[in-house]
Write a protein that binds this ligand. Structure first.
Ligand SMILES: Nc1ncnc2c1ncn2[C@@H]1O[C@H](COS(=O)(=O)NC(=O)[C@@H](N)CS)[C@@H](O)[C@H]1O
Ligand SMILES: [Zn+2]
Length: 409
């Protein structure tokens, strides 16, 4: 599937600034600590994409923006980044929405994915090298399920195929949750713990036999459609291989999605780990609840853009929060971001300013420490508020805002 146009990432050394040196440290859910990412030459990242309906709300945007910072910091360190993202363009919630609205599920997915591409482009989120839909990945998914069957790590219940978590001794090492904590989350997030005939309530669906009125694809285990988690296992391994650097998503993906996906990948390949770090971004809320389709408390990037809001102000409003601390959206956030953007643009339009090398060092230092974007914004505030006579500084400051924060001044 087509991704979206990439905005140019300026090289800070071309702008006359020193090279970055501090490696990026990210909080890894699997170990509960922030650890330096140590890609060998090419940094490999898989970020779970949208299920294409209700795109792109500010929660989605906040998550993709967080991993855009990872991409930019790695590029600033001189690393090549291999970035892969999926789109879950066939799955229960999508088919339900299409049924509710009477729209063809493919048309719904296509329209929402295009909206997502436009919003990501406006927010200057760099595109993945491969943007892969679940439907186009079905041959890969079937291959992975065959591998699991070959390792006796798949079994049938009523025509559907399940993954036995007992086949993975390391199950639980991504989320580090107890079984008591896993059970309710599994039920809440698409699982079917109470289905009779399963060996373990937490066993996850790999392939669902075709239901009447639903799409289905041929497979060696009957006509049907893929389960959710196996889609990201199959796509991530196909394009990145095992032991890639970062698997990313919002915190609601740690369990079951990333746990299960890692388990499928590790059992199917017999290799470990699936990813070196599992990185999870916070939940953005509105009116006291996590912004989510089911609650309908959504603020859409496209609606703000239609209302004439500068996408750079939206980006700055999101960057004002640490990527791992849940927060609530308020209209005031946009006013503050607009004012801040105005101050930065005025400062970067001056004929001279304070030297920019210390600014580059401060922004890099803050971002390298588990993406402290609020700290990086504060460093830029300080530069913008100070006077100086360095005539190269304003252009260098613009390059710093663009390359590291994705903000076009
Ligand atoms: N309120 C929210 N705040 C922050 N991130 C959110 C919020 N709601 C959803 N997300 C994140 O946005 C991304 C897309 O969510 S989604 O559209 O539901 N799609 C999926 O989770 C699957 N297609 C992943 S394979 C996920 O990483 C999810 O964690
Ligand atoms: Zn995923």
């Amino acid at each position: 599937m087509r991704s979206w146009p990439a905005s140019e990432v300026p090289s800070l050394s071309d702008a006359g600034l020193p090279a970055a040196t501090r490696p990026l440290s990210l909080h890894d859910t699997g170990t509960g600590t922030a650890r330096p990412t140590s890609p060998d030459g090419t940094a490999r990242m898989y970020v779970c994409g949208i299920t294409p309906y209700d795109a792109t709300h500010l929660g989605h945007a906040n998550t993709y923006l967080s991993f855009d910072l990872v991409n930019r910091v790695w590029q600033d360190l001189g690393l090549r980044v291999h970035y892969v993202q999926n789109a879950t363009d066939v799955d229960d919630p999508l088919l339900e929405r299409a049924r509710d609205t009477g729209e063809d599920w493919r048309a719904l997915a296509d329209r929402e994915i295009q909206l997502f591409r436009d919003d990501m482009t406006a927010l200057r989120v760099l595109p993945p090298d491969q943007y892969i839909g679940a439907v186009e990945a079905i041959p890969l998914i079937i291959e992975m399920i065959e591998k699991l069957r070959g390792r006796d790590a798949a079994y049938e219940v009523g025509g559907d195929v399940y993954f036995p978590i007992a086949s993975d001794p390391a199950f639980g090492q991504v989320s580090r949750l107890s079984r008591e904590e896993m059970a309710p989350l599994f039920a809440d997030r698409g699982g079917d713990p109470d289905r009779p005939g399963k060996r373990d309530p937490l066993d996850a669906l790999l392939w669902m036999a075709k239901r009447p009125g639903e799409p289905g694809w041929e497979s060696p285990f009957g006509e049907g459609r893929p389960g959710w988690h196996v889609e990201c296992s199959a796509i991530s391994i196909e394009y990145l291989g095992m032991a890639f650097d970062v698997e990313g998503g919002g915190s609601d993906l740690a369990f079951p999605h990333h746990e299960m996906g890692a388990s499928h990948a590790q059992v199917a390949t017999g290799e470990r780990p699936h990813a070196h770090a599992y990185v999870h971004a916070c939940m953005v809320g509105l009116d006291g609840e996590k912004m989510s389709k089911s609650r309908g408390n959504l603020v859409f990037v496209s609606k703000l853009r239609e209302a004439g809001v500068d996408p750079m102000a939206i980006r700055m409003a999101l960057l004002a929060h640490h990527y791992r601390s849940d927060w609530e959206w308020t209209p005031a956030a946009l006013d503050e971001a607009n004012a801040r953007l105005g101050r930065w643009r005025a400062a970067a339009a001056r004929p001279s300013g304070p030297p920019a090398a210390p600014l580059a060092a401060a922004v890099r230092d803050r971002l390298a420490g588990d993406l402290d974007a609020p700290g990086a914004l504060a460093a830029f505030d300080a530069w913008a508020a100070a006077a100086g006579t360095d005539e190269a500084a304003p252009a260098q400051a613009r390059a710093i805002a663009d390359a590291l924060l994705g903000v076009a001044l």
